[in-house]
Ligand binder design. Sequence first.
Ligand SMILES: [Zn+2]
Length: 306
Amino acid sequence: MSKNYIKYPIAFHKQSEKLIGISDVTDENKTELICLECKENFVAVRKHQTPHFKHKPNSKCKGNVETYIHWITKEVFKEIKEIELPEIFIHNLTENQREKFNNQVNLLIKHNVPENLQIKFRKNLKKNISESGIFQIEKIETEKEYKTTIGNVRIDIVITINNQEVFIEPFFSNQIDDFKRRKLILLERPTLAIDLLTFIDRFDYQYNLENLKDYLISKKGKNWISNRERKIEKYRLEYINYVSEEIKRQHNDFKLNNLKLKKITELESEINVLEKKIRPTKDKIWKLKHEISEIKNELGIRDYEF
Ligand SMILES: [Zn+2]
């Protein structure tokens, strides 16, 4: 398919500065609809099995499905008022944070959970250190530049929640590279990555504005890339507290487990005593059987039993 004929599901209405889906195109607004990337007028193809916008045949647009959904995403954010932020999972922590985190949890488990139950106990612990929640967006900025000691960085979407900036980076096939990630960590802002590939995979490029809006508002496809150290510290303490509570809660199970382990040891030692007692008898039987075998051998009687 030629690039000029990529089917776009959403256009930008110049006058209202709002996004318009192909199903909302009317004879009145159809001449005012442009491609967000090249700002050229779109052609609305309405009488089609899958209605869509396309560029005119002589278009110079360098856009593609990937770059276009990026543009749309930024515009959608200008229109949404709230967002669900996902929980922070242990695997979202940086390597250093995770190491510190795991060390503390391990120590607590090592000293308080019976050895034979440790793996199961750990497996049953929750994997998130914070809860998800819906937050009001107070301010939205796009393409904002920040200075760091290792260079400038441009953030696609910056939203303000409770007077604090949260960075949002939509990505398609490529996750955020390590250099950018280091800059983000230096900036000490909570940073969220949004997976647009999963979204577009589900709808192909025939998504509509509502699909995308729902996806961008919900916690689906969102992952924390970095979080403020102070916040992580707070969640770490809360999680340690939670593990301690779990240990307390399972105290009786641990006690019962240890009693059963003790019982096994007792029974085993009882068997040991008995084994010792019967050893001379067993030795004697073995000796007698051996004697029989020797005599049979002398007599040429084959003995397969022994
Ligand atoms: Zn274009």
